[in-house]
Write a protein that binds this ligand. Structure first.
Ligand code: SAH
Length: 215
């Protein structure tokens, strides 16, 4: 099966079939060549309904989870988005194809380098900036952001991220235990921070100051 056909099936059978209808997100998922973000021995599985390993302690999330998180951020064209945990760069590419201007921060320099290369080869370098560092402190130089996405499991809400949102900004993150989290969306309301629970999920541990200290 061609990659294009595999991608069409992925969107229809894994994403639309689960009830996600946001056209901007579906179009972005159709555009981004997921196989470009994995090693060639994983090309056959690139469009399958599960996460894929991209190195020790890192995975590229299941396609549906990427789509769900992208939709949860409620981006519109030109939205400024911060991602914590670049990994392969796939999620950042999907955000960019959905119209966002993306800053993404990665703890592991070798992964950041690799992601920069792939994103450049897809002509996305002008819409995605990959930064090295601990993203639990956010990336103040680019703040405020319309939306912030954490793609590693957090034991607590990193406070600096809330401070880097616009007044109507959204923070989406997997929050909870090391092995199992809940995807949470936070935004301001009249009383403070409103929390919505978007479902159970399983991410690799977030490291850094507001992450899991023993990792
Ligand atoms: N979004 C990625 C997958 C993320 S896997 C993709 O689309 O491929 C989680 C990533 O978060 C890993 O690459 C890990 O190194 C990174 N990470 C963990 N803690 C971090 C931190 N404090 N700051 C930045 N990146 C972090």
């Amino acid at each position: 099966m061609s990659f294009d056909r595999a991608r069409e099936r992925m969107v229809a059978e894994q994403i639309q079939a689960r009830g996600l209808t946001d056209v901007r997100v579906l179009t972005a998922m159709l555009r981004v060549p997921r196989h470009a973000f994995v090693t060639s021995d994983q090309h056959e599985q690139a469009y399958d309904d599960h996460p894929l390993p991209i190195g020790p302690q890192q995975t590229i999330s299941q396609p549906y989870m990427v789509a769900l998180m992208t939709a949860a951020l409620e981006c519109t064209p030109g939205s400024r988005v911060l991602e914590i945990g670049t990994g392969s760069g796939y999620q950042a590419a999907v955000l960019a194809e959905a119209g966002a201007l993306v800053t993404t921060v990665e703890f592991v320099p070798a992964l950041a380098d690799k992601a920069r290369g792939v994103l450049a080869s897809l002509n996305l370098a002008d819409r995605v900036t990959v930064q090295d560092g601990d993203g639990t402190g956010g990336w103040p130089a680019g703040a405020p952001y319309d939306a912030i996405l954490v793609t590693a499991g957090a034991p607590e809400i990193p406070r600096p991220l809330l401070d880097q949102l616009t007044p109507s900004g959204r923070l989406v993150l997997p929050l909870g235990e090391r092995e199992l989290q809940v995807l949470v969306r936070l935004r301001r309301d009249a009383h403070g921070w409103n929390e919505e629970y978007l479902g159970a999920c399983r991410f690799v541990p977030l490291r850094g100051v507001y992450g899991w200290q023993d990792d």
